[in-house]
Design a protein around this ligand. Structure first.
Ligand code: GTP
Length: 199
């Protein structure tokens, strides 16, 4: 049975980057998303991309594309809801999500999250005291509670949903750079270009 599947959250507006698809921007000789796939795919039994809008723009990756179904541009929680639905369809026990704009993910992300959380808990990555709620492992049973949360609450903050459920924080080292560095702005992309060149 498939136990752990992965979903890359690649939706959103990329407004701080001037619009377009942030994960498809060039980083080194590849795209930001190539880096995410390369680091994350070996850690999960199946992998999909979640996004808003026309899926054909990500077709070249050859991965299943799962669209948001809750609403249009409702933030990462809508993507996590779609991810949990897909994980349930795959017969998985857990879904690990990562953001499509985090090109330096830890190679032991899935292992550490799985190791440290009880079966009913959400495991959320932290680094340097900062919580990264989109880099998390979710029991698929949370699909219903999350659907209710999105319908009932006015907040769309991922952390608010996490805090409403049993969860555990899992700290990752930043030796060699923060593995959850995410590209939000053109200057972040500059910084990522420098880091991608490092051996
Ligand atoms: N599925 C889905 N994912 C989203 C949505 N908005 C943001 N995300 C994802 O959530 C993560 C964090 O996104 P942000 O960088 O905060 O938002 P963004 O829309 O990409 O960029 P900004 O407009 O600059 O805030 C990324 O992985 C995005 O792909 C959405 O409406 N739907």
């Amino acid at each position: 049975m498939t136990q752990v599947v992965g979903v890359i959250l690649a939706g959103g507006r990329s407004s701080r980057m001037g619009g377009g698809d942030k994960p498809l921007l060039p980083l080194g000789s590849a795209t930001i998303l190539d880096h995410v796939v390369q680091r994350f795919a070996p850690q999960v039994e199946a992998l999909a991309i979640n996004l808003n809008g026309d899926p054909s723009r990500f077709a070249s990756y050859g991965l299943p594309v799962i669209p948001d179904t809750f609403g249009h541009f409702d933030g990462p929680l809508a993507g996590i809801l779609a991810a949990l639905r897909w994980g349930t369809e795959q017969g998985a026990a857990r879904v690990i999500t990562v953001a499509g704009d985090t090109p330096f993910l830890p190679a032991d992300l899935a292992g550490r999250l799985a190791e440290e959380a009880a079966p009913s808990e959400i495991a959320v990555a932290t680094s340097d005291g900062r919580t990264h709620p989109t880099a998390a492992s979710w029991p698929v049973e949370l699909h219903e509670p999350l659907a209710r949360f999105l319908a009932d609450q006015t907040t769309r903050r991922v952390l608010s949903f996490v805090q409403s459920q049993p969860h555990r924080l899992v700290a990752f080292s930043t030796a060699g750079g923060d593995p959850f560095f995410n590209v939000n702005t053109p200057s972040d992309l500059e910084e990522a270009q420098q880091r991608a060149l490092l051996p």
